[in-house]
Design a protein around this ligand. Structure first.
Ligand code: NAG
Length: 313
């Protein structure tokens, strides 16, 4: 009798041992399934109710006065330096520049904007190339009402949206003289110097000069060049009045500076601890512009997004 009951007891013992272990694994299994589905879920953030542009301004700009040509002169300014990443740079810009410039040229032509694609000769060799945006904007500010700076690792992904509509949604009116001078987005690190608008004004000229003068921020030999840190420093030290009058930091980063979401430890950490920031900035179908900020394979991403856009047509 004892011989027969022993195996039964041990089978029962085994059963009791396994179940809690499986239950323990269940949350991990669910987490893995969720993680695997996250990129696709975030790619559809707009379909899940996110609004990058306030609904009230999601329509053409009203023109209250029948002026002869109410349109402002806008220019997209971007750097076309083939060596922008430095020789053998980890975050290679090779090939990205040509594709990005083509994409911007098509968008600018469709809406009647100028495109200023700066050649390598426009880069000041005494600083990392990224700093030259300040010089370029300063040089072209007098020729246009608004300049729209684009880092080279950006693509227009929704060319239906005109720049005027983006500006109007931020400013709330289309009176150029009473407009703020600098329109920025914010990511996990604060204001981003990769994509922004700057208006022709005395204040903007002085701001760009001051930015260029922040020489203590210049950094060589890393993925950071210091221009973004200098911008952050300047913005942080403006008075409340000056901020109010001259600077707008948009509520939704995805209005014109969306970042693709890829599954890494860092991005999962940010998703958990900075969910609203992730949600506001993550690239979703329908967004105006994608920015491959901080991504290593910029070439691969550029090809992927352009291929997707081709297939949609
Ligand atoms: C920037 O630095 C130059 C040279 O030191 C100086 O002449 C100029 O006044 C400075 N501009 C601003 C706006 O700080």
């Amino acid at each position: 009798m004892a011989m027969r009951s022993r195996p039964r007891r041990s089978a029962g013992h085994l059963y009791h041992l396994r179940l809690p272990r499986l239950l323990f694994l269940l949350p991990f299994a669910l987490l893995l399934i969720l993680l695997a589905r996250l990129p696709a879920l975030l790619r559809r953030a707009n379909a899940h109710g996110r609004q990058c542009m306030p609904a009230a301004t999601d329509r053409p700009i009203p023109f209250p006065h029948p002026v002869p040509d109410p349109r402002l002169s806008l220019a997209i300014v971007t750097l076309a330096d083939e060596d922008a990443g430095g020789p053998g740079a980890r975050r290679s810009f090779r090939g990205v520049l040509a594709a990005s410039a083509r994409n911007k040229r098509a968008y600018a032509a469709a809406h009647g904007y100028s495109l200023v694609a700066l050649p390598a000769s426009a880069v000041d060799p005494s600083r990392p190339p990224s700093w030259s945006k300040v010089l370029a904007l300063r040089a072209h500010l007098r020729h246009h009402h608004w300049l729209f700076w684009n880092d080279a690792d950006t693509l227009v992904t929704n060319p239906e949206i005109p720049l005027e509509r983006i500006l109007f949604s931020v400013i709330g009116h289309n009176n150029f003289v009473e407009s703020p001078d600098l329109v920025l987005t914010e990511d996990f690190g604060g204001v981003n110097a990769g994509v922004f608008f700057i208006r022709r004004s005395k204040w903007s000229e002085k701001f760009l000069d001051t930015w260029w003068n922040q020489t203590s921020f210049i950094q060589f030999g890393s993925t950071r060049s210091g221009d973004n840190a200098a911008l952050k420093h300047l913005i942080d030290h403006l008075s409340a009045e000056e901020m109010q009058e001259h600077v707008r930091i948009v509520k939704m980063q995805c209005l014109f500076n969306s970042y693709p979401w890829i599954l890494t430890l860092k991005s999962v950490h940010r998703l958990i601890f900075h969910l609203p920031t992730t949600w506001k900035g993550v690239y979703s179908d329908g967004d105006f512009m994608i920015h491959f900020a901080g991504l290593d394979d910029k070439q691969g991403w550029t090809n992927k997004i352009l291929r997707e856009r081709e297939n949609q047509r």
